[in-house]
Every structure is written in structure tokens, then in C-alpha cells.
Design a protein around this ligand. Sequence first.
Ligand SMILES: NC(=O)c1ccc[n+]([C@@H]2O[C@H](COP(=O)([O-])OP(=O)(O)OC[C@H]3O[C@@H](n4cnc5c(N)ncnc54)[C@H](O)[C@@H]3O)[C@@H](O)[C@H]2O)c1
Length: 361
Amino acid sequence: MHLVLVHVFLAHGSGEMLGKDQPVRLQLIETKQGMSPLKGVMMELEDGAFPLLESVKGTSDLEEGFGDANFSLLVGAMPRKQGMERSDLLSANAAIFADQGKALSATAAPGSRVLIVGNPANTNALVAAANAPDMLPEQFMAMTRLDQSRAEGMIAEKAGVDVKDVDRVIIWGNHSATQYPDVSHARIGGRWAKDVIKDDKWLTGDFVSKVQKRGAEVIAARGASSAASAASAAIDNIRDVHLGSDKWQSIGVLSDGSYGIGGGLWYSVPCACPGLHYTRVKGLPIDAYSAKMMSATEAELVAERDAVRHLLPSSYDAGVPLQKLVALKEAWDANDKARIQEASKSLPARFQAAVKSALSS
Ligand SMILES: NC(=O)c1ccc[n+]([C@@H]2O[C@H](COP(=O)([O-])OP(=O)(O)OC[C@H]3O[C@@H](n4cnc5c(N)ncnc54)[C@H](O)[C@@H]3O)[C@@H](O)[C@H]2O)c1
């Protein structure tokens, strides 16, 4: 049973994701074997009588499922079981995301947003984006918002404050045990979190390892990966990007060379969410400890990327020169249509077509 999705859809139907006045049409994709439980989920959605839910469709055909989609949540994957390493998941799951990238590219609405939740989320995002020739890398996000929520919860508990008073906690890198939950820029009620907590040993020790291992801890306790909290994080991610938020949000996005991270990885960085899009928060000072932690998680993502090379189209290796994409991304981040058009001129035709359709949406 697709627990993460069930929670997402219940919240989606009640307007928590895209706003209380936004009707939604749900298109649910399942494997052929999973169609019967999916029917049960669809019945529950009907029974919920959600006023915003216009229609619910279930299918195992990817192109039908992604057809004209504005927001796609890629959750369907084999979850990690107790004792299973993330590397075991790589080959099993990345192939699913190659097919999904192709189908999204062929059928989703222009300028659509895709959130990858299924693990290994960052590398699945890379595989999906690399297999989506008519979409821009910016359209694909890997979810690290759950890690951010976990870290914010722990900081709030330690400081004895409400979690809403905590902001600017950053998750760098991979959604895995190498991720770096960074509080060097975090604030509690507007004051530096480090000055409020006054326990650097905890902040660089137990806190970091607890956030890194929280997913495994949940699996050990309930025998399945996080469901309700993962769904809540997916809702937060999409809502903040679409409707805007004054808080930073960590998202796994294409590394653009900032903070020295390149290589076409989907690396989690802090993003500002002004509404309808996200922009990377750049230029933060990075201390020696943080640099070491950021490099460790980058190394893991490089190894994951290299392990799925066979799923990346050969054109991906030849690739678009990164600096050309960076110019496009900066224009995109600034939401400046004239600069986007200018920057896209030097890109291959497939990117120009994607930019044209994204701008017309
Ligand atoms: N990024 C995060 O923070 C985060 C948090 C929690 C869970 N996850 C991941 O989310 C994924 C789903 O977790 P879950 O607990 O809902 O698992 P689950 O086993 O309850 O559901 C997985 C569902 O995916 C379906 N599925 C499998 N392959 C599919 C395919 N090719 N197309 C469509 N559907 C397919 C299965 O039939 C099943 O219904 C896992 O990969 C898990 O590790 C990520």
C-alpha cells in the first residue's frame, strides 16, 4: 500500500498543497500488481468528499498518468527494508525513474514541477531529468525537506522553543546517512541558533548523526519507511515552491558549481521560495567543518551517479556545457524572461523547445 501517497492525496484533496481555492485532478500511477490496493485508495478519496477534488484516475500507463500533469510526485519505488543499504536500492529503483523521466517529458504540462521522493531520491532525480529531453533540469527536485523538518524539530526540542521559531537549518547533499544537517546559519527567534543552544559538541556530534540516521531509526521501529512525515514534507515542499514562503527550504537540485559542487549531481542546497519558483541561496560562508561534511556527501552522490551511468542517455555524457546551463539557470532564478530567452539561444534545440514551452505556460 502506497502509504506516503495516501497521506499526500488526503492533504491534496483538502487544499493543503496548492491552496484552499485550487481544484485538483489526481492521476495515480501504480504497477499492474498494485492496482487493487490503489482502487481502495481511490474509494477512500471518493468517500472523503473533498470539495476541491474534481476527479481521480488510476492507471499503470505512465504516459496516461503523467498526461498534462502540472505537479508530479514520484513516490513509487521499492522502499528500503531493514538491513538494506541504499546502494542495494540504486539499480532496482533508478530504472523506474528513467522510464518516468521519458514519460514526463513526452506528456506532462509545459513548465510542470516534479518532486522525487522515492529513494535514492537525488540520484533518481538525476536519472529522471537526464531522460527527459524536453524538460529543464530546474523542473526536477529531490526531496530533502523531511530531513530539514527532522533537524528543525530536534533543534526546537533542544532549545525548548516552538519549531516555528526555528529557521535557516540547511540540509546539504544527499538524502542519505551522509547528508549534512547544518545549523551554522540557523536562527531561533531571530538569534543565532548556536548562541541559543550553546553546545557546539552536540551540534556537530549527536545532532548530526541523529538526523542522518533518523530514516533508518523509523524503519527499525515500524518496519517500514516514514510515511506520514514524508507526505507532510512533500506537501511543504510543493506548497512553499508554488505559493511561496519567507523561510529557506532545502531541495535537491542540479548542482550549478556554487559552493564548489558540480558534476551534474542533484545536491541539496538551501533555496528561497518567492512563489512559483525557487532560487538557490548562494554565497553563504562555509567553515572548514562544513566544507568537509559537504564534500563527503558530494562524494557519495558522485559514486551513485557513476553507478547509474548505464541509465543516462549517451547525449547526457556529451552533455550541455555546464556554464551555458548556469547562465540559463541564473536567468531562470531571477524569473527574467528576456534573459532566459537570450541564454537559451546558445543551447541545443531540445533545450530551446523546453524553454519556449516553459515560458508559455
Ligand atoms: N525522500 C524522503 O524523505 C523519503 C521518505 C520516506 C520514504 N521515501 C521513499 O519513498 C518510497 C515509497 O515509500 P512507501 O513507504 O510509500 O513505500 P510503499 O511500499 O508503501 O509504496 C511503494 C509503492 O510504489 C509502488 N510502485 C513500485 N514500483 C512502481 C512503479 N514502477 N510505478 C508505480 N508505482 C510503483 C508499489 O506498488 C507500492 O504501492 C520509497 O522509495 C521510500 O524509500 C523517501
